[in-house]
Design a protein around this ligand. Structure first.
Ligand code: C5P
Length: 234
């Protein structure tokens, strides 16, 4: 685990393909209180311009593209992501040891460098889904196995369910360990399609270093107020 740039407590997920919608949300959020997570939908529709929109306003950016390819391609993709001046980049741990090493090599640990983390098992996969793709050990064991591989290659942490945060914190201890958890809901807010949720404070308590929160903020009457209330709850 190397050095990396500081991470915001909250990354707001801007899951939209519409530039005007993203612009409006960015205008309502305070870059001193959160970063912005840009995923496949927004990036595919709008390209690097959407990252620049957030960076221009001073938001740290989590580029959530979950790279998973041959080592050389992932290396080059990570280099391109570094050039976008983002704070957090992720890859799929199931790409294997050489792919993880290639990503790490592309993003050398340094105090100003983006943090590099991995997805272990998608939380949408249950044991039966894993068995269908040949992983018969079950999700819990596969998460532990892949987290070990990720740590072994010197990556900074993982994206995981808040319910796995405590276990993942053991693998990536200390201030530099980056444990990023979605599936977070403030008390009383709608779970939407999330199944097992923790409150923001409980997720941090469990070991998360940054939370990914979308609809409770982006769907609120006032996204700025919703963000401030969540920050106050931590
Ligand atoms: O709106 P909501 O707070 O549920 O958004 C959560 C964000 O985190 C979405 O961008 C979703 O794709 C992402 N995510 C997730 N669960 C995972 C991995 C990513 O909800 N296991």
């Amino acid at each position: 685990m190397g050095a990396h740039c500081p991470q915001p407590r909250i990354y707001v997920a801007l899951d939209s393909a519409r530039q005007v919608r993203i612009q409006a949300l960015l205008d309502q959020l305070d870059p001193s209180l959160c970063g912005i997570k840009i995923g496949k939908e927004a990036f595919t529709a709008l390209g690097p311009a959407v990252v620049e929109m957030a960076r221009q306003r001073g938001f740290p950016v989590f580029l959530d593209l979950k790279f998973h390819d041959i080592p050389n391609t992932v290396h080059q993709a990570c280099r391109a992501a570094v050039d976008l001046d983002v704070s957090l980049i992720n890859v799929h741990a199931s790409g294997g040891r050489r792919m993880l090493a290639a990503a790490r090599e592309a993003i050398a640990p340094a105090p100003g460098a983006p943090a590099l983390i991995a997805v272990t098992v998608l939380t949408s996969m249950e044991d039966a889904d894993l068995a269908e793709v040949g992983v018969t050990d079950g999700a819990a064991q596969q998460v532990a196995r892949l987290a070990g591989l990720v740590a072994g290659e010197g990556l900074d942490g993982v994206v995981c369910s808040a319910l796995e945060a405590t276990e993942m914190r053991q693998v990536f201890p200390g201030r530099r360990g980056v444990i990023v958890t979605p599936g977070v809901r403030p008390a009383g807010s709608a779970p939407d399609d999330q199944r097992r949720v923790l409150t923001p404070a409980a997720a941090i308590q469990a070991g998360a270093s940054s939370l990914v929160i979308g609809r409770p903020i982006t769907g609120a009457q006032s996204p700025g107020d919703a963000l401030r209330e969540i920050v106050a709850s931590l």
